[in-house]
Structures are given as C-alpha cells and as structure tokens.
Design a protein around this ligand. Structure first.
Ligand code: PEP
Length: 250
C-alpha cells in the first residue's frame, strides 16, 4: 500500500508574516490528517523560517526547484547541498512553469532530479501535457518523453526515492481540473511506462495529481487507483482548504 502524500507548492507567494500564519493554521488541524504525509514547498528564502516553524511537527518541507549544479559560477542558483543543509526532504523538479517560462529542457530536468538525489533529497518530478498536446492526442507521447529522459539519466531504480506529479498544464491555476477518469488514465499510463523497466518500482512509486485540486474535488481524484495524493498550488495558500485536501487523502 502506497503512502498518501499531499504537497503544497506555494510558488512566488508569501511574506514572513503570512507564512507563519499559514503554517500555524495548518499545524493546528494536523490531528485530523490521519493517512497522508504532508509537505510544503516554499520559496527558497523562507525555507529557514519554515524549518523553524515545523520543528518537531508532522509536516515536512522542500523547495520548488534546485540547480543541476553543485556549486560554481551560477549566479542566482540554489544547489541540492544547500537545500540539504536546511533539511529539505523534497525538491520539485520540472514544474511546467519552469519548463515553459524558464525553458527548462527534459535533459536539464533529469539533471536536477539526479542532483537532488545525490544529496538525499527526493525529487517531485512534474510531467504533463499542454492543451494543444492533449487536443492532438499527444498526451501519452509528451508524458513518456518527459519520463524517459529521467529514466535514461537516473535509471529506473532511482524512482524508489522519488515522487512523480502528473500535472496537465491546462489544469494548472486555471480552475479546470482533469476529471478523475482523465487523470487516472494518465496515472495508469505512467505506472505502466515504469513497469516496462521494473514492475516493483512502478508499483511503489507515488504518483500525485496536480492541477486546480480544491477541497471539493480532491476526494474523487484521490479515490482513483493510481492517484496517491496531490501537488497543490493555489489551494495550498489557505490553511483550512489545504487541510481539507489533506484529509481527503484519509
Ligand atoms: C501547481 O502549480 O503545481 C498546481 C497544481 O497549481 P494549482 O493547484 O493552482 O492548479
């Protein structure tokens, strides 16, 4: 049985004050979250604050990105050993906003995945198709290409220490959620793709759904056989909404 997992992606949001308030709100309702591991992925600069606020709590935390390089002349970057120093458990890699706005390639995402794992950080690998790709029946090709780039570089065994998030780009921040059946279809495809290399790894890897998950649609998404939880953007900025989503994984 795979552990349920709900991760919040705060993106470029928050202040010291709002993050402290948000975390206090989430912490105060955590006794109702019985089954899911809960993580928050904060803007880099707030990670020390998050670490301090979550000390001795059941909530873990991570970053929204990580450099593929360990150190050197890469102005503005943050590396996996730096994140490790602050005890980040997770780092999101290949979020569609990074792929589209910052032109991150499949190969770069794969390098970030490996860089995180080299320092004991579990990558949350995001994959997903754009609207035009879905409309031209290319969803599986796109997801397979994104996945295969990481399998080729990191190896199938690396997925024992990783999480995958299926996030259809057309559903992110748009209020349009994939139906539970649409999401399940792609999740099953991802698991089958991994199973071609190693069925045991495919069976144990957690595959999250992301894309306008809200308290009112989380339960039906999480009820699908291959959906193990969610990567939550907008709704993770509201403590009670985020807690409802975490409880939907119960
Ligand atoms: C995300 O950015 O990973 C995401 C799923 O965003 P939202 O929940 O706002 O669609």
């Amino acid at each position: 049985m795979r552990q349920r997992f709900v991760a919040g992606n705060w993106k470029l949001n928050g202040t010291r004050q709002s993050i402290s308030t948000l975390l206090q709100g989430i912490l105060s309702g955590m006794q109702d979250v019985k089954n899911a591991e809960v993580a928050v992925c904060a803007p880099y600069i707030y990670i020390p604050l998050v670490a301090e606020s979550l000390k001795n709590s059941a909530i873990v935390y991570g970053a929204q990105n990580v450099s593929e390089y360990e150190s050197g002349a890469y102005t503005g970057e943050i590396s996996a050993p730096m994140l490790k120093e602050f005890d980040c458990k997770y780092a999101i890699v290949g979020h569609s906003e990074r792929r589209s706005i910052y032109n991150e390639t499949d190969q770069q995402v794969a390098a970030k995945f490996v860089a995180a794992q080299n320092f004991g950080i579990r990558p949350i690998l995001c994959v997903g198709e754009r609207l035009e790709e879905r409309e031209s029946n290319d969803t599986e090709n796109v997801v397979a290409r994104q996945l295969d780039a990481v399998i080729a570089k990191a190896g199938i065994e690396s997925f024992r220490e990783a999480v995958i998030a299926y996030e259809p780009v057309w559903a992110i921040g748009t209020g349009k959620t994939a139906s539970p059946e649409q999401a399940q279809e792609v999740h099953a495809f991802i698991r089958q793709r991994l199973a071609r290399k190693n069925p045991e790894v495919a069976n144990l890897v957690q595959i999250l759904y992301g894309g306008s998950v809200k308290p009112d649609n989380a339960r039906s998404l999480f009820a699908q056989a291959d959906i193990d939880g969610g990567l939550i953007g907008g709704a993770s900025l509201d403590a009670s909404g985020f807690l409802s989503i975490c409880c939907a994984a119960n």
